[in-house]
Design a binder for this molecule. Structure first.
Ligand SMILES: [Ca+2]
Ligand SMILES: [Ca+2]
Ligand SMILES: [Ca+2]
Length: 455
């Protein structure tokens, strides 16, 4: 027993030393700055960083050596809106880009006004471009899927190209039943009828992960959910902004929780992830589903939305009251204990903006092989989680990395597996944390690409 304790203490000492030295193990450099809301950053096959600028509607290529920015396309149709959830969002590069296979395709997702001229009809679309490697521009736009629901909150919008040669697109719950949209019913649990799929009515696609053929059609092997096959791959999501594939093809996702319980999920085709009935685990801790939009007496619109102290007229449902089947997260950030009071305890979340797989096994940073990296916005940190060998779960504590006074929006990993590129939010997008741990609205490096290189 005594020996056990000595060993454990020694191990813990090593662990804390390793965690404490994390910051010193990396050199930091600002690669580029002055970007208009960099939202996606990808290490391209040409050795450039490919970046979407959310509010400017631009795709740019950045030389990582000198930070020179080259415009690939400006998409005039992008509707940037005024919220954090609109504009040019996700991007995915076809794995055959610049391989001479005739598939030099780049996919983007963005919000646009589907009814210009009259009232605003905010929608999201998926578009494909072809890269002209001589002119270094994106040309020949093809709209693959249009008229997807969009709003001024919880837009999701992350894109990924899967090892199964399918496209994956995350869609948020559009902020329904929350803040300024509190009287709008939440549709994260709604599923389409066969007739809606035939009629290309995608109005149920809020709060979903979508899986598409590269031409935008429904894959014939997509899950049949509630008797219907559609683009929907999984449902019951709040605001999923991270998608990453593991080396064996497992899909991981991250999504924002409601003041507690940001989630990292392992995605199983056809499954329900619980929102809005459950946040994090089904544990009745803190979260109660307050169904504002279905308040009838008095009508919802006559009530004033509050996050805490929800009025008695609003129907409330404890997590344990819901009898549906769902897949719980593999990790939360964070599920507080019973003593936590959300009104006085502050936010227990990190605002996870994306997710990256660190698959490297050769040249990997010691201990890092087979990890997930989770950038967050409100704490100026990236969290590393070690995956179990089979990829089904995460093991051990989180490691906190790359602490700066910034909101990290996305990340790319360099081909050496030792260089990391972080995109930061532009000024004015809400709080982050300073180096002493205090909440702040000032960012050290707004609208930048930062490089962290392992020494
Ligand atoms: Ca990325
Ligand atoms: Ca969930
Ligand atoms: Ca819960």
């Amino acid at each position: 027993m005594l020996r056990y304790f000595i060993l454990t203490a020694a191990l813990l000492g090593t662990l804390f030393q390793a965690m404490g030295s994390t910051q010193q193990a990396f050199s930091v450099r600002v690669v580029a700055t002055g970007l208009a809301g960099p939202w996606e950053v990808i290490w391209g096959p040409d050795g450039y960083l490919w970046v979407t600028e959310r509010t400017a509607g631009r795709v740019v290529r950045i030389n990582p050596a000198d930070g020179a920015v080259t415009l690939a396309v400006r998409i005039a149709e992008v509707y940037p809106g005024t919220s954090w959830h609109e504009g040019l969002l996700g991007m995915a590069l076809h794995p055959d880009l610049l391989k001479g296979a005739g598939r030099d395709y780049v996919y983007v997702a963005y919000t646009y006004d589907a009814d210009p001229g009259t009232a605003l009809s905010r929608k999201l679309k998926l578009r494909r471009y072809t890269y002209n490697a001589t002119a270094h521009t994106l040309v020949d736009p093809v709209d693959l899927l249009t008229n997807l629901p969009a709003n001024d909150d919880h837009g999701g919008g992350r894109l990924a190209f899967g090892p199964d040669q399918k496209l994956y697109l995350s869609r948020g719950d559009d902020g329904a039943n929350w803040l300024q949209n509190y009287c709008k019913p939440n549709r994260a649990q709604d599923l389409p009828a066969a007739s809606a799929v035939l009629a290309k009515d995608w109005s149920t696609y809020s709060g979903k992960l979508l899986r598409l053929n590269p031409d935008g059609t429904v894959p014939s092997d997509n899950p049949v959910i509630n008797g219907v096959r559609s683009h929907i791959y999984s449902y019951g999501h709040r605001n999923p902004q991270g998608l990453a594939f593991g080396p064996t093809g497992i899909l991981y996702e991250s999504e924002h929780g409601p003041g507690t319980d940001d989630e990292v999920n392992r995605i199983v085709a056809g499954s329900n992830y619980g929102w809005p009935y459950v946040a994090g685990y089904k544990d009745d801790r803190t979260y109660v589903f307050a169904d504002w939009s279905h308040t009838t007496t008095p009508p919802c619109a006559t009530l004033k939305f509050t996050e805490y102290g929800v009025p008695p007229e609003v129907p409330k449902h404890k997590e344990s009251e819901w009898k549906g089947t769902f897949v719980p997260p593999i990790r939360t950030f964070f599920t507080p204990d019973e003593r936590y009071d959300p009104q006085t305890g502050g936010s227990s979340t990190i605002a996870p903006s994306s997710l990256e797989m660190y698959a490297a096994r050769t040249n990997a940073i010691p201990g890092w092989a087979n990890s997930l990296l989770l950038p967050g916005m409100t704490r100026g940190l990236v969290y590393r989680m070690k995956l179990a060998e089979d990829g089904q779960s995460v093991v051990g504590p989180n490691e906190e990395l790359f602490r700066t006074q910034n909101r990290y929006r996305d990340m790319a990993i360099g081909p050496d597996a030792r260089t990391f590129y972080l995109a930061t939010d532009p000024a004015g997008l809400g709080r982050t944390t300073d180096l002493s741990g205090k909440s702040t609205l000032e960012y050290a490096n707004p609208g930048a690409i930062m490089e962290f290189r392992y020494k």
